[in-house]
Design a protein around this ligand. Sequence first.
Ligand code: F6R
Length: 341
Amino acid sequence: MTVEKMAEYLWGLPEQFASILEQGISLPVKYQHNYSNIVVTGLGGSAIGGDIIRTYALQKAQVPVIVNRDYDMPNFVNSDSLVLTVSYSGNTEETLSAYHHARTQGAAIIAVTSGGKLADIARQDGYGVVKIPGGLAPRAATGYLFAPLALIFEELGIVKGAKTDLKETVQVLKAIREGIHPGVDFPENQARVIAREMKDSLPIIWGSSARSETAAMRWKTQINENAKSPTYYNIFPELNHNEIVGFGMPKDLLARLVIIILRDPADHPQVKKRIEISKEIVRSHVKKIVEIQAQGESFLAKFYSLAYMGDYASFYLALEYGINPSPVETIDYLKAELAKA
Ligand code: F6R
């Protein structure tokens, strides 16, 4: 995939939500059940939608939602569980294995995929399959991968207002992209400015709460996969109980850290204080501190406003390094080696 294609997919994220909203989801009546738990199983770009819906459900749902990134299923999964198996390609071995465990344990299963073995097996087994458009890198298809989960949750009565929140997300992202797309140059383009700060540095992403943890994770994985660079993340208040002590040594490494803080105007007042104190603790040791405020009202709009900035910043970081953000040859190599075995 070319650089231009990746730029096109970044621009098209709001339209991914809009197209799933327009298409809608219709589930057989057998899925209407009082589930005792919900598991989203997947890996990488397909799993992160699970984290978004898990965090969304924390505030909106009565039922616990967990994300599984493994070959197995948690032991508690049974006939009162709903398992959403998400794999963009439909061929990820861990997800296929987890699917089989979920089936053996008697769970209700819905597959979200663009095709592959997962679509075939789930259809043969009589489970629901939500087919999404193929041909993108999974991480560039986050709208296609997440929106069906939100609609499934709404359709099953697990959360209310998902469609409204997705519509707000579309509007917020459309406004944000006007300021950060490749036609907007440095220094007006905030994502390009952040990319230049991150160049030749180690970005450390701090989410301001458990709600922004998934946005911090998305920043990390996008920097890894697009810019082929290392980066790590943590969240408040947890990082005040360990990571904050680690700004003593080695001085030359600390001097190359760029701290990126993802904030939400609705953060706990104590967290707001913690962030200010933490900035003062690390300021003289690190290269730079960058802060990004979430935009919008709903959790989904806020999440995606933070994540979208990271999607573009990681894209520009790849360009700063003179590399194509699209290929993930190391992941392809690992999958091919494992397939041989
Ligand atoms: C590649 C990417 C990866 C994949 C992961 C699982 O863009 O983001 O993290 O998402 O290797 O593959 P799928 O999504 O096909 O199940």
